[in-house]
Design a protein around this ligand. Structure first.
Ligand code: PEP
Ligand code: MG
Length: 366
């Protein structure tokens, strides 16, 4: 386990005394969460729950859930996954001991969860007692030409609300358990991915609120929580005022926001981006350094519109740019509350946030 010590720790302390923005981490495993805390993370800004499902002891149930032909089939598979999810959240809340934890509900590019081989399809058929031809047919049915723009994020929650219902129950049961055993206040922030309309958020927030109430009633533990959204598509940025009527926080997902603003695939850009940089068409790789001109303008617009409707809306960034010093400087100028980055970038982010506060003259004075 890494540790910051000696002169480096002193330097970081000086940086912390200057910076205004909080530094959180992107983490879904206990190891990442612990590492990030040792590096000084002040919470989790993004926990990608889909990453929790690739474990060999869970992926079969995930496939059963995705391939199920009806709600009863999905619920049966979700019931197998729920104890795993609850355990994941108990661990994260315990490690973060009272710091804020943003948990993003499932956002899978669907193809990553589908069985790929005959053997994997046979496994699903056996587990569900289904004819294998039926399973094969369902896989073909679910195939998408463009999964990154397809049945992802909240779209999955809208079509199959029982998925988000299970995740919300796992989150809130974990909150109740950790509050009871540690006596600490746990403050989860439930985050919905890929929102483009307020209506989507309203529908899904209603599911989350209902489940929160059910868990409070059944456990006798009352707790607070927030419901917010990723802003990661240009339409959501432009509609931030409407969305802020429901969302209590925004987290800028600059990976998808860059992809969709440029119309540039995150997965395929490597084939030609170096040539674009060589010819001077793009100065930087926009997936590494925020394109302040346009992606930045969308963030600035969303920030202004969101704050107009909800002046205290909590604002952060959780795309890759949250760990890049030039992008962090932009986040300071636009007035975000925190940046969230991978664990090993937390120290850099602490320094960059301090430098950004000095440059913008927003240094903490307390
Ligand atoms: C993003 O889009 O910036 C983001 C953080 O979400 P993901 O990378 O998981 O799509
Ligand atoms: Mg995204």
């Amino acid at each position: 386990q890494p540790e910051l010590s000696g002169d480096f720790a002193t330097l970081m302390g000086w940086a912390d005394s200057l910076r205004r923005m909080k530094i959180r981490t992107n983490a879904e495993t206990p190891l990442d969460a612990r590492t990030a805390r040792k590096f000084g993370a002040e919470g989790i800004g993004l926990s990608r729950t889909e990453h929790m499902f690739f474990d060999p002891d869970r992926i079969l149930a995930v496939r059963e859930m995705i391939l199920a032909e009806n709600e009863a089939g999905r619920r049966a598979a979700l019931a197998k996954l729920e104890p795993f999810q609850k355990k994941d959240f108990v661990e994260l809340f315990t490690i973060m001991s009272g710091l804020p934890v943003t948990i993003r509900l499932l956002d899978p590019p669907l193809h990553e969860f589908l069985p790929n081989t005959e053997a994997e399809m046979a496994e699903v058929a056996k587990a569900t007692g289904t004819d294998q031809l039926k399973v094969n047919h369902r896989v073909v049915q679910l195939h998408e030409a463009n999964p990154m723009l397809g049945h992802r994020g909240c779209r999955l929650g809208i079509t199959y609300p029982e998925i988000y219902e299970m995740q919300a129950r796992a989150i809130f049961s974990a909150v109740a358990e950790v509050s009871k055993t540690t006596g600490e206040t746990v403050m989860p922030e439930v985050m919905i991915p890929l929102i483009v309309t307020k209506k989507e958020l309203d529908i899904l927030k209603a599911v989350i609120d209902r489940v929160a109430k059910e868990v409070m009633d059944s456990t006798g533990v009352t707790f607070e929580y927030m419901v917010g959204t990723m802003i990661e598509l240009p339409r959501a940025a432009l509609k931030a005022d409407e969305i802020a009527e429901t969302a209590e926080f925004f987290s800028y997902g600059t990976n998808d926001l860059t992809q969709t603003t440029f119309g540039l695939s995150r997965d395929d850009a490597g084939a030609f981006l170096p040539e674009y940089q060589r010819q001077g068409i793009l100065e930087h790789d926009p997936f590494q350094t925020l394109d302040q001109d346009c992606v930045g303008e969308l963030i600035a617009i969303a920030t202004e519109r969101g704050r107009k409707v909800r002046p205290n809306i909590k604002l952060g960034i959780c795309g890759e740019h949250g760990g890049d010093p030039a992008s962090i400087s932009f986040c300071e100028k636009v007035g975000l509350d925190y940046v969230s980055c991978s664990p090993y970038r937390v120290p850099i982010a602490r320094l960059a946030a301090a430098q950004a506060a000095l440059d913008a003259d927003t240094v903490k004075r307390d």
